[in-house]
Design a protein around this ligand. Structure first.
Ligand code: HEM
Length: 403
């Protein structure tokens, strides 16, 4: 059995040849973690789709796969720690908890509310590009791709503009552990400060409702039930984290892919109506989420001819599924007009991305504005610094040259 490198910087720089080899030789690959637990990497399109759809066998809440996964510290912190409130969100829940939480947030996160953000996203994109030019900022990630989704989700939530910078600092602390270098006590302090701030904001919105997402979340009700304070906190945290971790990568990876494929860029310059299909193609070709969040095997089972034990961990490799020859014609080519494109960039099944309509709207506006305003921008390559970690695929920085 071959040992595949799934963690080194060289792998992160270009994981696609490794994924192609896995799909061909070991499509359901068992990796043994340092603590002895088995982690299954599933890389073919059909299998990735099957795992994401099968919440009965492959659950999200580790408590449903005890004993082996019962005490995984980064998933479930001991009671009373701030981290606990963060992880009690719908992404780490199974039905019926998940069903109730998703129904409540869906009442607040409506298509109308997303569409209403359109002008604000345009305005923000233009302002950020003005600032890039004025201050001669050259890193597309720091100056554009990161602030845009953070401003948009903060606005949608109804966080007052004056508090936005403080919230950005606090929310660094709830972003996936270690990703932006905060130690444990600084993290804890920031999470506490953020919880206090939000508790006060929830109370203010309860007393004086506004037309914003926090008010809608506070008021959402199903079957006579509302979100508890800690559920509200983790919901807001989840929405902020996804703003920080995903759309930024779609804008960054997407801009890079287009700069590396001048013929595709020319097609978009000739026909701006292609932007929505281009964004779908960028999601498929080099999407923000490399591997789905963890699934836990809930009972001993067999999948694709392999025997899995209760408590084993499943990783559905979305980036690999999206390059599978059995599903896509010429999968390693970027084609901004691709028509048959059932990519899995937003997942599938019960946990299908809640923010997909917002992410699509943001990416179309952000990329269209960037390429229209800076038509001669070019990335300064190499080297490219990709972020570490198994979940996301994104650049730490994307320096560009422009006039
Ligand atoms: C291009 C940007 C984005 C991508 C590629 C993306 C991708 C994903 C994926 C793959 C999942 C499922 C994870 C799994 O099953 O393990 C997911 C779930 C989720 N996403 Fe997104 N996402 C994006 C943007 C957003 C935004 C902007 C928001 C909200 C503001 C958001 C909110 C969520 C939520 C709340 C869930 C959990 C849904 C549930 O458990 O039912 N996402 N996303």
């Amino acid at each position: 059995m071959t040992d595949y490198d799934l963690f080194s910087p060289a792998f992160k720089a270009n994981p696609f040849p490794t994924f192609a080899a896995l799909r061909e030789h070991e499509p359901i690959y068992a990796h043994t973690a340092p603590d002895g637990r088995t982690i299954w990497y599933v890389t073919r399109y059909e299998d990735v789709a099957a795992v994401l759809r099968d919440g009965d066998r492959f659950g999200k809440d580790p408590r449903h796969a005890q004993p082996a996964a019962a005490d995984v510290p980064h998933r479930r912190a001991p009671a009373g720690r701030p981290q606990q409130s963060i992880n009690q969100n719908m992404l780490f829940s199974d039905p019926p908890d998940h069903t109730r939480l998703r129904a409540l947030v869906s009442q607040a996160f409506t298509p109308r509310r997303v569409l209403a953000m359109s002008d604000r996203i345009h305005e923000t994109a233009e302002q950020l590009i003005d600032r890039m030019q004025r201050d001669d900022q050259r890193d597309v990630i720091a100056a554009y791709a990161l602030p845009l989704p953070v401003i948009v989700i903060s606005d949608m939530l109804g966080i007052p503009a004056a508090d936005r910078d403080a919230v950005a600092v606090w929310s660094q602390a709830i972003i996936s552990p270690g990703s932006r270098g905060l130690n444990y006590s600084a993290r804890k302090r920031n999470v506490r400060a953020f919880m206090e701030y939000l508790r006060d904001l929830f109370a203010r919105r309860q007393a004086d409702p506004q037309d914003d997402l926090i008010t809608a979340l506070v008021q959402a009700e199903t079957g006579g039930q509302r979100l508890s304070e800690s559920e509200l906190f983790s919901m807001v945290a989840l929405l902020l984290v996804t703003g920080h971790e995903t759309t930024v990568n779609l804008i960054g990876n997407g801009a890079l892919a287009l700069w590396q494929a001048p013929s595709q860029q020319e097609r978009l310059q000739a026909d701006a109506a292609l932007w929505p299909t281009a964004v779908e193609e960028l999601l498929r070709y080099d999407g923000p989420v490399e591997t789905s969040t963890s699934r836990w095997v809930r009972a001993d089972t067999e999948f694709g001819g392999r025997v899995m034990r209760r408590g084993d961990l499943m990783r559905a490799v979305i980036a690999s599924a999206n390059r599978d020859f059995d599903q896509f014609d010429r999968p390693d080519e970027l084609d901004v007009g691709r028509s048959d494109n059932r990519h899995l960039a937003f997942g599938l099944g019960t946990h299908y991305c809640l923010g997909a309509p917002l992410a699509r709207l943001e990416a179309v506006i952000a990329l269209e504005s960037l390429f229209r305003r800076l038509p001669r921008a070019r990335p300064v390559l190499p080297p490219l610094a990709w972020r570490s970690g198994v979940l996301f695929r994104g650049l730490r920085a994307l320096p560009v040259r422009y006039e």
